[in-house]
Design a protein around this ligand. Structure first.
Ligand SMILES: [Zn+2]
Length: 582
C-alpha cells in the first residue's frame, strides 16, 4: 500500500468486481511483485487452446492492466492535489521511473502473443475487430531502432516545455509568468491590454531562434522514425500510430477547406460585430478577449459547494441517469474542484480503471470558465460511468475523437439550463461567449493542422519556406485582425502551440469532436429526449466499435465536409442572433 494514499481526496472505493487474477495483497508499485504476473500471463497464453480460454486470458490481462492503470492514476491524483508534498511526488516519480519502463516491453510481448495465437482467428469478429486492429498497429509500427530516437524526441519535448514554462515578463514592476498575463487581455483599458500583449509577444520572440532549432531537430527525428518503420513520410506514420483507421489525410485537407468556406464567413461576422461594439477602426490582436460591451466578468457562484449544487440541478433537469452519476461522484468524494495553494493548475477527468469510477480535478475560482470546465469534465465522467459494465478493458475507453464528443456535447446541453447559475440575460451572455468560442476555435484548429500536413509532406524544407507556409495559413484563417507593426509575432505565432512540438498531428481531433457535439446539440433542438438517449447509448459503447459507428449511435456523422458543416453554422448563427436580440 502506498504511504501517501491518505493524500487522496477520496477514501476506500467500492470494488467493481472481486479480482480473479491479480492477487488482492500485491503491491502494484513494486516491480518484483509484478513481473511474476506477466510471466504467468505469458505461460497462460501458451496453454490456452480453446477460444473460451483465450478470451479468459484477455480478461486476466485486462484486469492487470486496469489495476496498474489505477495505481498510476492514484499517484498522479495525489501529486496534483498536493504539489507541496515531497512524498506524493516521490511516489509518482517512482512509478514512472521504476515500474512503467519495465511494463512497456512486457505489455508489448503480450500483444505479440495475442497476434500469433492460434485462437485469434476464431474470436467473434464483430466483437474483437477493433481490439485486433489496435494491437496490429502497435506491433506493426514497433522498431527497436526507433526506441532511442523516441527518447531523444521526448527530451526535446521536455526542453520545449521547460523553455516555454520558464518565460516571465516584468509588468508594472512585478515578475509574471505568461499564463498569469492572459487575464490582462480581458481588461477594458485598451492601452493596458496592448502593453500586456506586446510584453508577452516580445518575450516569446526573444526565444524564437531556440523554438525553431528545437523544432528542426524534432522534425528531422520524426522523418527518421517514419523511414525506419517503412513510411514515405512522417504523416503516413503518424496517422497510423494515432489509430486513424476511419478518416484519411485527404479528409483532413477537405475539412480545412470546409472551415474556410463555411466557418470563416461566420468568424468575420463575429469579428465585425466585436469591432463595432468596441467602436474600433480595426481589430488588433489585443482586442479579441475583452468583453465587447466592457461589462464586468460574470459571477456564476459563491463557492465550490454552491457550484456543485447548481451543476447538480442542471443534470437533474437533463436526465435522471446522468444526475445520479454526478450525485454518486459527490458521495464518493470523486471531485476535487476548488483552487487552493499546493494544487497543480488546470483541470482534468481521470478514470480509476479498476474501480471503474471517474475522478474530476479542477481549480475553480468563481468565473464562467469554471462552469464550462465543470460541464466538460462531467461529460467525460459520464462516459466512464457509461462503460462500467464493459468487460473488455480496452473497450472501456473510446478514441479521443469521440471522448471529446461526450464532453463537448455536455457543455452545449448543460448550457441550455444555465439559468441555474444566472438570471436570463447573463445566461444568454455566457451562451454567446461559448458559441463564439466554438466558432473561433475551428480556424485555429485548421491552421495548426494544415501547417503540420505541410511540414511533414515537405521534408528537407528551409525555415523560410516553413514561415511562408505558416503565413499563407494565417491569411486563410486569420480573419480580419490587423497585425501591422507585429509581423514577426505573426510569423512565429505557432511557437506557442504545444501540440505542434509535443503531440504531432494531435489537434484535428478537437475539431472532429466539436462537429459531433454540434450535431448532438442540433438533434436535441429537434427532439430532446431522443438526442439524450442516443448520446448515452453512444457513450455506453465505449471504444468497442469503430469511430463512424460511435458517431452514428450518437445520432451524428463522422464527416468533415461543407455539407455537414453548413447547417450546423446556420444553427449557430441563428442562435447567436436570437440570444443577442433577447
Ligand atoms: Zn476533454
Amino acid at each position: 500500500m502506498l504511504a501517501g494514499m491518505s493524500l487522496l481526496p477520496f477514501g476506500k472505493l467500492p470494488p467493481f468486481a472481486p479480482r480473479e487474477f491479480v492477487p488482492a495483497e500485491v503491491n502494484l508499485g513494486d516491480w518484483s511483485q509484478l513481473a511474476p504476473l506477466f510471466d504467468q500471463l505469458e505461460a497462460r497464453a501458451a496453454k490456452a487452446v480453446t477460444v473460451a480460454e483465450f478470451e479468459r486470458w484477455l480478461l486476466a490481462w485486462g484486469e492487470l492492466s486496469a489495476a496498474l492503470d489505477e495505481e498510476s492514476s492514484r499517484r498522479y491524483i495525489a501529486m496534483t492535489c498536493h504539489t507541496d508534498s515531497a512524498e506524493a511526488k516521490r511516489a509518482y516519480l517512482e512509478y514512472v521511473e521504476k515500474v512503467e519502463p519495465e511494463l512497456k516491453p512486457r505489455e508489448f510481448k503480450l500483444s505479440q502473443l495475442f497476434l500469433a495465437h492460434p485462437c485469434r482467428a476464431q474470436l467473434p469478429e464483430a466483437r474483437y475487430e477493433v481490439l485486433d486492429r489496435d494491437v496490429c498497429v502497435e506491433v506493426e509500427l514497433f522498431r527497436q531502432e526507433n526506441v532511442p530516437l523516441e527518447t531523444e524526441e521526448s527530451k526535446l519535448g521536455q526542453q520545449y516545455q521547460e523553455l516555454s514554462g520558464s518565460l516571465t515578463v516584468t509588468f508594472r514592476g512585478e515578475e509574471r509568468t505568461l499564463p498569469q498575463m492572459a487575464k490582462h487581455l480581458e481588461e477594458p483599458d485598451r492601452a493596458l491590454r496592448q502593453e500586456a500583449w506586446e510584453l508577452v509577444a516580445e518575450r516569446r520572440l526573444v526565444e524564437a531562434e531556440k523554438f525553431e532549432e528545437y523544432f528542426d531537430q524534432m522534425a528531422a527525428l520524426r522523418e527518421r522514425i517514419a523511414a525506419n518503420a517503412g513510411f514515405a513520410n512522417y504523416r503516413g506514420f503518424a496517422f497510423r500510430q494515432l489509430g486513424r483507421f476511419d478518416y484519411t489525410a485527404e479528409d483532413c485537407l477537405a475539412f480545412h477547406a470546409a472551415v474556410e468556406s463555411e466557418i470563416m464567413p461566420v468568424v468575420r461576422e463575429i469579428q465585425a460585430a466585436r469591432r463595432g461594439q468596441l467602436k474600433l477602426a480595426t481589430l488588433r490582436p489585443w482586442d479579441l478577449e475583452v468583453d465587447p460591451l466592457n461589462r464586468a466578468p460574470l459571477k456564476p457562484f459563491a463557492n465550490v459547494p454552491d457550484m456543485v449544487a447548481r451543476t447538480q440541478r442542471i443534470f437533474d433537469g437533463l436526465d435522471g441517469g446522468l444526475a445520479g452519476g454526478f450525485r454518486q461522484m459527490q458521495d464518493l468524494q470523486l471531485l476535487d474542484l476548488e483552487n487552493r495553494k499546493g494544487k497543480a493548475p488546470g483541470g482534468y477527468q481521470c478514470s480509476l480503471n479498476e474501480s471503474r469510477l471517474p475522478f474530476i480535478f479542477m481549480n475553480a475560482v468563481g468565473v464562467q470558465r469554471d462552469v464550462e470546465t465543470m460541464l466538460h469534465e462531467a461529460g467525460h465522467a459520464f462516459h466512464a460511468l457509461a462503460t462500467r459494465d464493459e468487460p473488455v478493458y480496452p473497450y472501456r475507453h473510446a478514441p479521443i475523437e469521440f471522448c471529446e464528443v461526450a464532453s463537448m456535447s455536455m457543455e452545449l446541453l448543460g448550457n441550455e439550463n444555465l439559468e441555474e447559475f444566472y438570471p436570463a440575460a447573463e445566461a444568454n451572455r455566457a451562451r454567446i461567449t461559448h458559441l463564439e468560442g466554438i466558432v473561433k476555435f475551428f480556424p485555429w484548429m485548421a491552421t495548426v493542422d494544415a501547417f503540420q500536413h505541410w511540414i511533414y509532406t515537405h521534408p528537407g524544407h528551409t525555415r523560410a519556406e516553413r514561415t511562408a507556409a505558416w503565413l499563407a495559413l494565417m491569411d486563410r484563417f486569420g480573419g480580419t485582425v490587423d497585425w501591422s507593426g507585429h509581423e514577426r509575432v505573426r510569423e512565429n505565432l505557432w511557437h506557442r502551440q504545444l501540440h505542434i512540438f509535443l503531440h504531432p498531428f494531435y489537434y484535428v481531433e478537437y475539431g472532429i469532436a466539436q462537429l459531433g457535439a454540434l450535431q448532438v446539440w442540433a438533434n436535441s433542438r429537434r427532439d430532446h429526449a431522443k438526442a439524450l438517449k442516443e448520446y448515452q447509448a453512444a457513450l455506453a459503447l465505449g471504444g468497442s466499435r469503430p469511430l463512424p459507428e460511435l458517431f452514428q449511435a450518437a445520432g451524428a456523422r463522422l464527416e468533415f465536409t461543407a455539407a455537414t458543416i453548413r447547417p450546423l453554422m446556420e444553427l449557430v448563427k441563428a442562435e447567436l442572433r436570437r440570444l443577442a436580440a433577447v
